[in-house]
Design a protein around this ligand. Structure first.
Ligand code: SF4
Length: 263
């Protein structure tokens, strides 16, 4: 597609999208399901009447992740409620993911203080330093994620089929070798791609950041989300994480180019 759509074409695309949005994300060569979700995420990000457009957009992307996994992928997992060995890791988020988490904890002064402290103590550590520090995520409450429904995509996607491999990596600090079902990896890849493509097409920053540093910056500003959505770089003081690897960047660019004439 190289030209803007006519009105009838747009109507027909909306009908097609409505059908695709209700289905699990199909993994394959057909770009239309991912394109439908990108258009929907852009629409959510551009909803001025929404209390938190970013929360709505991320809730949609994470629901796509959850319902696109086959039941067999879930039964293979060793992950259980109260198992939080992996919550010492460096979590990387986009700004909308951070706004979604921030909306859950904003009215909890103890958690906000713990996030600011974590950002100060571990926000700039490398992945390896972070694991060695064994510093638990400030969102944990008695080993349970207190923002579970709003946890970032990276937390959704970090799963394991073998508890011993987690204990080796996070408790004994051996070289991490966590086995994950291929379905989880593929769906996470597609969801990340659709989120980053949607952010670009919506004219928003698609940088990623260490979670606690991003949260600390957001939680200490008034009206951070509406300001960010209108172009103010609320996270200018937070060092961005590494950009996507070339192959992933190529996939985001191709998908954004495919969707661009339709938004
Ligand atoms: S946000 Fe929740 S799932 Fe993610 S690291 Fe923190 S406690 Fe663990």
């Amino acid at each position: 597609m190289s030209e803007r759509l006519s009105r009838p074409e747009r109507r027909s695309l909306q009908k097609q999208d409505a059908q695709l949005l209700g289905l699990p994300l199909a993994m394959g060569t057909d770009p239309r399901p991912v394109a439908a979700h990108i258009r929907h995420v852009i629409k959510l990000l551009r909803s001025p009447q929404a209390k938190s457009p970013c929360s709505d957009a991320i809730a949609h992307v994470t629901s796509v992740y959850d319902r696109s996994l086959p039941a067999s992928a879930q039964t293979m997992l060793a992950c259980r409620k109260g198992c939080s060995h992996c919550c010492t890791q460096l979590v990387v988020v986009t700004a909308p993911e951070a706004f979604f988490v921030a909306a859950q904890i904003r009215k909890q002064p103890k958690t906000v203080a713990a996030v600011v402290e974590a950002a100060r103590d571990t926000g700039t550590l490398s992945l390896e330093e972070r694991l060695r520090a064994k510093s638990m995520c400030p969102m944990l409450d008695a080993a349970i994620c207190s923002v579970y429904a709003a946890r970032p995509l990276g937390c959704h996607g970090f799963v394991s089929t073998n508890l011993n491999a987690c204990l080796a990596a996070f408790e004994r600090l051996e070289t991490p070798d966590i086995p994950m079902p291929q379905d989880n990896i593929s769906v996470l890849y597609a969801c990340r791609m659709l989120l980053l493509a949607a952010l670009r097409l919506a004219g928003l920053r698609d940088s990623t950041y260490e979670m606690n540093s991003a949260l600390a910056a957001i939680l200490t500003e008034d009206n951070a989300e509406p300001r960010w959505l209108t172009g103010e770089d609320i996270l200018a003081g937070v060092k961005p994480a590494a950009p996507p690897p070339p192959q992933f960047e190529d996939a985001i660019r191709k998908m954004a180019a495919f969707v661009s004439p339709t938004v």
